[in-house]
Design a protein around this ligand. Structure first.
Ligand code: IYR
Length: 230
């Protein structure tokens, strides 16, 4: 007898799920190729002003929003900004904060660590990149009666969604960087976000400037990042 297409578990419908599986050789080559492809991703800080179609950004956000989340609450809002006036406002406010960071709020040790990345308080990418995606975490939801319901594992959930967004951007042949102007509450004001949303991460999206240079970084080896218990 064939198994049912759907079953009921305490009143909730569960549907039969068929995951894609591969023969051993294909699994080996797929996993190796995915790593090789992902390893080509680099954070890029200089963008071309070449436009990126809105539909591409929509697809990237849809991909990110497939991320697993605590109790499937999907506690995220992606704000996609191509509006030049808003980008200028965001750049000005972010650079104000960053000036304070670089001129005092950051420790000497921190600034030394950043020398290799050649970052500073100037953030031209906030205006040059055709799109800024600002990810907000939703700390809680309000029901129809206005009662607060906290979401679960919000940072973990939104962090995973951001990782998937970054992979989707790479897959589209575009580049990004993770920018966290600090403090970033100004983003809630500029974008008029509701009180249950807090800024989490800002990602400019676009084509890299040509030519573009990135720091000659090495990634940790498998041995450095893993411990196997067999
Ligand atoms: N937010 C600052 C500083 C900065 C901090 C870290 I940690 C980085 O990896 C990169 C930058 C800035 O955006 O410049």
């Amino acid at each position: 007898m064939s198994s049912p297409k759907e079953i009921d578990i305490h009143g909730f419908k569960h549907i039969k799920y068929q995951s894609e599986t591969y023969i051993r050789e294909e699994m080996l080559s797929k996993s190796a190729n995915f790593y090789t492809w992902l390893d080509k991703r680099r954070s890029v800080r200089e963008f071309a002003d070449t436009p990126v179609p809105k539909q591409v950004i929509e697809n990237l956000i849809k991909a990110a929003s497939t991320a697993p989340s605590g109790a499937h609450k999907q506690p995220w809002t992606f704000c996609a900004i191509s509006n030049a006036t808003l980008k200028t406002k965001i750049r000005a406010a972010a650079e104000n904060e960053e000036k304070e960071n670089y001129n005092g709020r950051m420790s000497e040790r921190w600034k030394e660590d950043l020398l290799a990345l050649a970052t500073n308080a100037d953030k031209p990418f906030l205006e040059n990149a055709p799109w800024l995606i600002i990810v907000f975490k939703r700390a809680y939801e309000l029901d129809a009666q206005g009662v607060k319901h906290n979401n679960y594992y919000v940072n973990e959930s939104v962090g995973i969604a951001c990782g998937m967004l970054i992979a989707a951007i790479h897959n589209a042949g575009l580049v990004t960087l993770t920018h966290t102007p600090s403090p970033m509450n100004f983003l809630s004001k500029v974008l008029e976000r509701p009180a249950n949303e807090r800024p989490f991460l800002l990602l400019p999206v676009g084509y890299p400037q040509d030519p573009v240079y990135v720091p000659a970084l090495e990634r940790k080896t498998l041995e450095e990042v893993s411990v196997f218990y067999e």
